[in-house]
Design a protein. Sequence first.
Length: 260
Amino acid sequence: MLLTIDVGNTQTTIGLFADDGTNLMCWRMPTLHTDTSDSLRSRLHGYFAMDGFNFRSISDAAVASVVPVLTRAWRRCFQRMLGHDPLLVGNGASCGMELKLRNPQTVGADRIANAVAAVRSYGNPAIVVDFGTATNIDVVDRSGAYRGGTIGPGLMLSADALFARAAKLSSVPIEVPPHALGDSTETALQSGLVIGAAAQAEGLVARIKRELEIEDATVIGTGGLARTVSTATDIFDVIDSDLTLRGIREIWLWQRQHEE
């Protein structure tokens, strides 16, 4: 079996895949910059034991990380577990997709994984909106090449900053209010945060479609808050919570096939 790790700035998502590509299990844990290879290995043991999987059944691993110190920790973790290095997505490894960028090495590993999975699952052109710590939009053009996208503050990051700096505002549930026009402080905040995130995605996606002349692009939402935001907009063709993990697997599979 293959273990895929998506290390984000706030959360780390772990996916367990069978040899036929079936996603057997997904776990989420907080991203702690102080984690060591030993603590990571201990957590993995705990997840496997909790859900009845055999820890020794893992034959390989692939890691997409935007936190360099944890990239090294995960690498050492799998060196001890498997006796060899995991595939490090975005670490100079080819992904099977042309990256039409000035400096492809600077693109986040999770963004590359999202683009690869989008094309494999839904075809091209495709636009992925990932609602994580940052809200990323990634674009694959009609030819199947990755063209870049946008990076902005994530919904929760914006909310935390607002609640921390505005003395009279308190935290509210992150959900879609009944109307865009808030009739209380709570619904006004929810509108600004959630409907605001949806409106931002709508505007950016529309501009990107016009610029690249890809009006027929499939728009995929992913990330922890994608389903919440999707109830406030009709721009998404599909919500795919496992997109990044599948993209990591696709890159691992492409690498393995081209090494043989």
